[in-house]
Design a protein around this ligand. Structure first.
Ligand code: ZN
Length: 240
């Protein structure tokens, strides 16, 4: 199976559509949460994911958008965007987001937003955190997002190898356990403003990271029209 793995779409429909077009024919689309928040088109993104039958989990922004998480945990800009998101989303979007699980198991993979041990909140940014979470994984492969940074932590003979991928990087898993982050579709933070996504090939046992350009200026114009915070609009152009 060839699976497109997407995370942190953040209500950016132009980015999502660019990724889906670039990914081409796939057997499944899995998403790792933070579908909404920050961006200007939460209903559009949810409608698209529903229409293509995407499977996956909720993130901290999705939980906040439907009232399941205290908004005081967010910084000022994220909170401003969240207040707008809560006021803007349709009841059908709320219902769909609410029904998403925090953890999903698909084939050999566990899908979470943050980490296997703290699905909503934990950032996996270091080897010790990755090691602890790999130890908790019930499946061979863990897929997570939340940091908006593409990375993989691969376990071999008790050691953890850190893979920092670029556009087109292919990692051969060769049966190894791994925690893999595709990066962010809708708000990349690694200095490359292009959307990030991952293709998991379960037959070849590989993951491949990709980047694709989208119309950033159009999304920024929509954000401006919605009155979303200026810093969130500016950061899309620099990918930080
Ligand atoms: Zn996020």
């Amino acid at each position: 199976m060839r699976i497109a793995v997407l995370s942190d779409i953040h209500a950016n429909l132009s980015a999502l559509d660019a990724v889906l077009a670039a990914a081409g024919a796939v057997d499944a689309v899995w998403q790792l949460g933070d579908i909404v928040g920050y961006g200007p088109d939460p209903d559009g993104v949810v409608d698209r994911l529903r229409s293509i039958g995407a499977r996956g989990v909720k993130g901290n922004h999705d939980a906040a958008a439907v009232g399941g998480l205290e908004i005081e945990w967010f910084n000022a800009d994220a909170r401003g965007a969240m207040e707008w998101t809560r006021s803007a989303i349709a009841p059908g979007t709320v219902a769909w987001l609410t029904a998403l699980p925090e953890v999903a198991v698909e084939d050999e993979a566990t899908l979470v937003h943050g980490s296997p041990r703290e699905p909503i909140w934990e950032y996996v940014t270091s080897v010790p955190v990755a090691r602890a979470n790999l130890g908790l994984l019930q499946t061979r492969i863990g897929l997570n997002g939340h940091t908006h940074l593409p990375v993989a932590f691969v376990e071999e003979d008790g050691r953890i190898e850190v893979v920092a991928p670029g556009d087109g990087s292919v990692l051969e898993l060769r049966g190894r356990r791994a925690l893999v982050n595709p990066g962010s579709v809708g708000q990349p933070r690694d200095g490359d403003p292009r959307s990030a996504y991952l293709i998991l090939d379960t037959d070849a046992d590989t993951v491949a990271w990709h980047r694709v350009a989208y119309d950033i200026e159009a999304v920024q114009a929509d954000m401006r029209a919605a009155g979303l915070p200026a810093s969130l609009i500016a950061r899309l152009a620099v990918g930080l």
